[in-house]
Every structure is written in C-alpha cells, then in structure tokens.
Write a protein that binds this ligand. Structure first.
Ligand code: ADP
Ligand code: MG
Length: 715
C-alpha cells in the first residue's frame, strides 16, 4: 500500500509508468536556482543578528568611524545599518548583490592574507534572497548619492540619484518573508533584539576608534552608545557598566618576541565578578569569532582558580599570522580553528591562572586603587550605561546580590561551621538527637509564646542600626589584621581599623536572637568551641601530611581545644546551664513570666553566647608579633649548655619551643583565616552595626586614600 502511494505521488510528474524496479529508486532532480540560493542564503543569514553582523563588518571594512543600527521587530521588519565609510562606486551597484561579488578577494590565495571582515561576497547577495534590500550610498567628491533596490541578487532598476550623507546605508526589510517556517520560529522568540544589542556591544569594545549606536526603530534613546577614541577600559565601562569594568584584570600573552607569531591581550574578570553565565568577547585578527575550545579552556581555569566567580567576563584580542587561522570551517565564518591551537590555549590558560591566583591572594590597594576614578565615572555614566535588553546583563546584578551569592557558599556562612560540627562529632550525635527532638516537641507547641520578647530585641537591633556603618560593613574590603584585635578595612577611598572582637560579639548576639526568633536555637546550644569548628572546617583544605604526623597533628589540635575549653569552663557551664534552664523556664512558664525579665534573660543569654563565640585573640601569644620571646626555651633546662645561667636574650633563635610555637602559629593563622572567610562574609550579610559602634572605638578611620595619593605624588 505504501509503495503504491509513493508511486502515485511521482506519477504526477513522470511521463511514463515506471517499472517495479524503477519505483524503488529515488529520482534525482535539479533544484530550482531560486530555491538553491534561498537555501544557501538561509545558511549565511540564520537570524536577524547574522545580517546585522555582516552589515556592520562591511561598514568597518569601509573605514567608517560611526556606525548606526536601527532595528524593528527584532530585525524581521527592518534592519538598517548606516555608516560614514568610503561608499560604493556607482559602477559597482548593478553587481553589488550578486553572489560572489566582492572588492576584497580575487584569488583563492587571498583568503590566507585577507585582513578585512568579509571576503566571500556572499553576505549582501544572501540578504536579497531572504529579504528586500535597499542601498543608499555616496562616494567621495560626489554631489549626490544613489539609491538602488535588490531582490534575488538582482538590482531592481537603474539606481536613482538622491541626496545622501557621507557613507552607505543598507536597509533590509521583511527578512525571511519567503521562509515561513523560519519567520515563524523567530517571531516566537523575543530575544533577537537583545542578540543584536549584545553583538554591537562586542564590536564597540573592540573597535574603539568607531562609535557605535544601536536602537529600536522609533525609540528616542539608543540601547548601546559608544564613544569613539576611548580607551578599551572606558569602552567596556560605557557599554557593559561600571560593575564589569571595575572588576577586570588586564592580561597580555605573547610568543617569544623573536617569532612574534602570536599575541593576545585582553581583560578578564576577577573574583569579585559574579554572573550567571560566561560572557566571552573574542576577536581573532580583529574579527569577532567564537572558539569553543578556548572558551571551554577558560571556563576550566576559572572553575579551578575562582570557583565562586566561575562565570567570567572575558574580552580577548588575539593576533596571529592570517595563514594560521582557518576561517572557512563555518559557513558564517563565526567559529574558527587555529594552527597550534593546543599550544596557544595552554599559554593563555597558564597566563590567566597566574593572574587570577595573584589577584585572589592580594585583593588590596592595587585593585582598589582605581576606585576613586571608577566612582566618579560611575556617577557620570551610570545613566547611559545599562542597555535595557542586553544579552549577558552582568551589570544588572546588584552588588548586594553578588555578595549574597556568598551565603550560598558554605565557606561564607557561620551555619556551615555549626552544621559541619554536628555532623562530624559523631559521638555527640546520639544524645544530641534525643535532646533536639525533645526540645523540638515542646518548642513547637509554644511557638508564639517565646516570639514577642525576641522580636522586640530584634527590632531594637534594627532600629539602632547605623546606616553608614551598615554600608561600610556591607561593602568593605578586608585587607588584613593590623594587630591582635583590629582588622584593616577599605571602604571606597577610606581605610578603617575595625575591632573584630566587638564585631564578632555583636554579630553573634544578633544571630542568636534571630535564630531564637526562627526557632533554630538548638544549633547554638551545641557547646562547640570555635577553635574546633575552625579546625574541622580547615581540615579539608589542608594538604595531607604523612600518616603518623597527621595523627600527631590531630592530637595537638584536640589538646589545644581542651585547653581552650578548660579556660572557658566556667562560662561554658554557665552558658549551657542557663540555656537549658531558660528553655525550661520559657517552655514551662510561658506567659507567666514578666516580659521585661524574659527580655533581659534572653539578652544576657545572647550576650554570653556572643562573648563565647567572639573572635578573641588566642590564648597563646601571637608568635609573629612581639611575643616571640614567650616561645624561647628556658636556658636552665638545657643540659648541654652546662650550669651557666643565661638571660632570655642570650638564647639563640633556634632554641624555640617548637611545638608550642607552631601550635600558636596555627591558632593565630586559623583565627585570621576565619576572620577573613567566616566573620567578614557573615557580617556583610547579617550584621546591623548598632549606632554605638560609630563612637565606641569599634571603627576607627585611619586614612583617606586620596590624601595618601596626594602625599605620594608630592614625594
Ligand atoms: P564581502 O564583504 O565578502 O566582500 P559582501 O556581500 O558583504 O561581500 O559585500 C560585497 C561588497 O560590497 C564588498 O566587497 C564591498 O565592496 C561592498 N560593500 C558592502 N557594504 C559596504 C559598505 N557599507 N560600504 C562600502 N562598501 C560596501
Ligand atoms: Mg561582507
């Protein structure tokens, strides 16, 4: 039945009845030329954005300094690209849109040395097969310009003389009017205009000598507007926004100078830049291209070096001898393959890696130094920066959201440490679990009873919050510990000293109250000493020392913990006791308790817990400071030295109590690590600095960088 149906299909076109054998063979026919051309054109012009790319590249090839793009209906109704380039000669207009007519290539070998963007003379022709093309152009020294229309590669009628401004304007109307299916799929997708905007942004940051603008038809304001002759970084700032530009690192790689066959320069985002997807702007020999292998390699470098910022912004310009680039692999010349691709990629990878590692380790003045400049630019340019429907939208991520991303990262949360303790302290788990469930049972039945007082305390925290300090805490950069209790911070162009003991105490106090409010007090009822928490958290990060040594290390850690706990026994007992009492008190007496007393109770419990968890300096003196003498071995205890007694100063440096010394070193560096990676990220998210902190010495402004720069300049 099926065979017969097929046969009858063909019988319409065949003159004679086919024999049974002929029926089974497919018949090859020549396609209509118009169909062939349309298919080919559909490959070159896949979507409106591909037409825009071809037109803009033609304009760049024509030596333009200003290129304007206007788009209607995502490019389906109208694409218009105007430039101020050299224009098209009147004599060339008749063949302008024929296939394989070009001014850029005459023999195959030219493909190897070609420096321009287009080179196959296919773009304009293709457009005429899938849309209606109108060209208006004027060349130098002409009194008037000419306008011609094209369809299916052919000029409609004689070019008409018309008034024209310098350069060429090419208009494509009704794109894909004869490709119903394509048009339909594109009409349903709303993102073609944003693709065009994204494309123009990319051109704008590379071709900095050209000013680009792109807007919707009828719109008063352009969505991209770049200024010609600006620096690369300025161009990036004006197109992609300040938030991108201020988080970039300059990168350069080249072959050994003698061969000069490969050069790369660009900008790559640092660890502060957080985006949902990678933005990669790649130009090879000034041609906007994609190179999947390089993109993947870059993603790997980021994932390995800056896992939090693993969706980077990359701008890269690679220069290679033209014969090393095969641009012909892709019909639209978009994807390229390079000669010695692996070697080049490896070079780029290792340069990026060291750049990122360096920047990650020392996020200090160097990087922040540009801030005063950036800030001034940000205010003046902010209004014109973010293109409304820009593809990658990195500038749309508000700063606080970027910071909040930290909270997703276990390393940035105090909770993470609490939880990790619970899970790793197996021996405590069974008794904990029973305690937890019994408290949970009782707690749930009295939810509302214990809320009000806590809420009042929380409200007090909120109402006494100091707005400027909140901004400072939320947006400062931690530079390092200045001494045992003060951290050095930078906020905008100011340096501050901040008391980490006060801050961590306040943070804990606030967290305890908020947790009570959210009925998760049980997490804090685990009397886990901070040092143990930190060590457990750090354990995964540590390089594995050999077996015995590791055991030794563990023992030492345990020993140290015990010491800390012993020192705190009283408070620990008090805290634990009070806590349980309070729970009991609360749960048993409920409303009978005087509100004020309950509040005071909670306040003191929270205070005690806060004090316990605060980042007090370790009990062992800081060995990197002036306290080194504490670790010098007592002279009388050394038998080889005989009975002569020494004063502490006579003892050689090597005679240190090595164990104690390294213990202390470890304790201090772990504290510092926690201050940077736990305290500050948590503060950014959760701390509401009370007004009192502005005056009680918690924050001390030490310097203004602007003034420092001025002093340095004078020097
Ligand atoms: P190709 O760019 O590969 O040469 P195109 O079809 O894109 O092929 O363009 C054909 C020719 O038309 C170009 O070689 C160039 O001489 C001319 N042309 C196209 N656009 C412009 C323009 N904006 N300004 C000047 N000449 C242009
Ligand atoms: Mg071209």
């Amino acid at each position: 039945m099926e065979l017969e149906a097929q046969a009858s299909d063909r019988m319409d076109t065949e003159e004679c009845t086919p024999t049974p054998l002929q029926r089974e063979l497919p018949i090859i026919r020549r396609l209509d030329e118009a169909v062939v051309n349309r298919i080919a054109a559909g490959e070159v012009i896949q979507r409106p954005v591909s037409a825009v790319k071809e037109l803009v590249e033609n304009s760049i090839d024509a030596g333009s300094t200003s290129i304007t793009v206007v788009v209607k209906d995502g490019g389906l109704k109208l694409i218009q690209v105007s430039d101020d380039g050299h224009g098209i000669r009147y004599e060339d207009l008749p063949i302008l849109c024929e296939r394989h007519t070009t001014s850029k290539l005459s023999k195959y070998e030219d493909l190897q040395s070609i420096k321009s963007m287009g080179f196959r003379g296919e773009a304009l022709a293709s457009m005429t097969y899938v849309g209606h093309v109108t060209v208006t152009t004027i060349t130098k020294d002409q009194l008037h310009g000419y306008r011609a229309t094209y369809k299916d590669g052919v000029m409609g009628c004689e070019p008409k003389a018309c008034a024209a401004v310098k350069g060429t304007q090419i208009m494509i109307e009704n794109l894909f009017y004869n490709m119903a299916a394509r048009k339909k799929t594109l009409q349903n997708s709303a993102d073609d205009y944003s693709k065009i905007v994204d494309l123009i942004c990319r051109f704008a940051i590379h071709h900095t000598s050209v000013s680009f603008s792109c807007r919707k038809h009828g719109a008063a304001r352009a969505d991209v507007q770049s200024v010609s002759k600006s620096s690369r970084l300025d161009a990036i700032r004006s197109v992609y926004g300040v938030s991108v530009a201020q988080n970039l690192l300059k990168i350069e790689v080249s072959d050994d100078p003698s061969s000069s066959s490969f050069k790369m320069d660009g900008f790559i985002s640092n660890s502060n830049y957080i985006a949902k997807k990678i933005a990669m702007v790649l130009f090879i020999n000034d041609r906007l291209v994609e190179c999947g292998a390089l993109k993947r390699a870059i993603e790997i470098v980021y994932a390995a070096t800056l896992p939090k910022a693993s969706k980077p912004f990359i701008y890269m310009s690679i220069k290679l001898p033209p014969e090393h680039v095969d641009v012909n692999v892709h019909p639209t010349k978009r994807e390229v393959t390079l000669l010695n691709q692996e070697i080049i990629i490896e070079k780029i990878q290792s340069a990026m890696e060291s750049k990122l590692r360096n920047s990650n380790e020392s996020r200090t003045f160097r990087e922040q130094k540009v801030d005063p400049l950036d800030n001034s630019v940000s205010t003046s340019k902010a209004a014109s920066t973010p293109p409304s429907s820009f593809g990658t939208k990195p500038q749309k991520v508000p700063v606080h959201k970027m910071v909040r991303t930290d909270s997703q990262d276990p390393a940035g949360r105090l909770d993470a440490y609490m939880q990790s303790t619970q899970s790793s302290q197996m021996q405590r788990n069974s008794c904990l679990a029973s305690m937890r469930s019994s408290i949970k049972e009782r707690r749930n039945s009295r939810e509302t009873a214990d809320l009000t007082s806590i809420q009042e305390l929380v409200r007090e925290i909120d109402s006494s919050c100091h707005t400027e300090l909140l901004d400072l805490v939320g947006h400062c950069t931690y530079l390092g510990m200045a001494d045992d209790v003060f951290a050095l911070l930078q906020h905008n162009t100011h340096l501050y000293l901040a008391n980490v003991v006060n801050l961590s105490k306040e943070l804990m106090y606030q967290q305890v109250l908020r947790r009570f409010a959210h009925f998760s007090a049980i997490q804090l009822s685990v009397p886990a000493p901070l040092w143990e928490l930190i060590m457990l958290a750090l354990k995964e990060d540590e390089l594995e020392p050999e077996g015995g040594e590791q055991e030794n290390l563990r023992e030492k850690i345990a020993e140290m913990n015990t010491k800390v706990i012993k020192q705190k026994t009283e408070m620990l007992e008090e805290y634990f006791g009070i806590h349980i009492d309070q729970d009991e008190l609360l749960l048993c007496l409920g409303n009978d308790v005087n509100w004020d007393d309950e509040k005071a109770c909670f306040q003191t419990i929270a205070g005690a817990i806060a004090n316990f968890y605060a980042f007090h300096p370790p009990l062992l003196p800081n060995p990197s400071g002036e306290s080194l003498q504490f670790y010098k071995r007592a002279s009388s205890g050394d038998p080889e030295e005989g009975s002569t007694s020494h004063s502490a100063d006579d003892i050689p440096e090597e005679q240190l109590e090595q164990d104690l010394f390294s213990e202390a070193e470890r304790a201090w560096s772990q504290r510092e690590w926690s201050i940077q990676h736990v305290l500050f990220p948590s503060m950014r998210l959760f701390l509401k600095p009370p007004t009192s902190m502005a005056t009680d010495g918690t924050f001390v402004k030490v310097a203004s960088l602007e003034k420092l720069y001025k002093i340095f300049e004078r020097c």
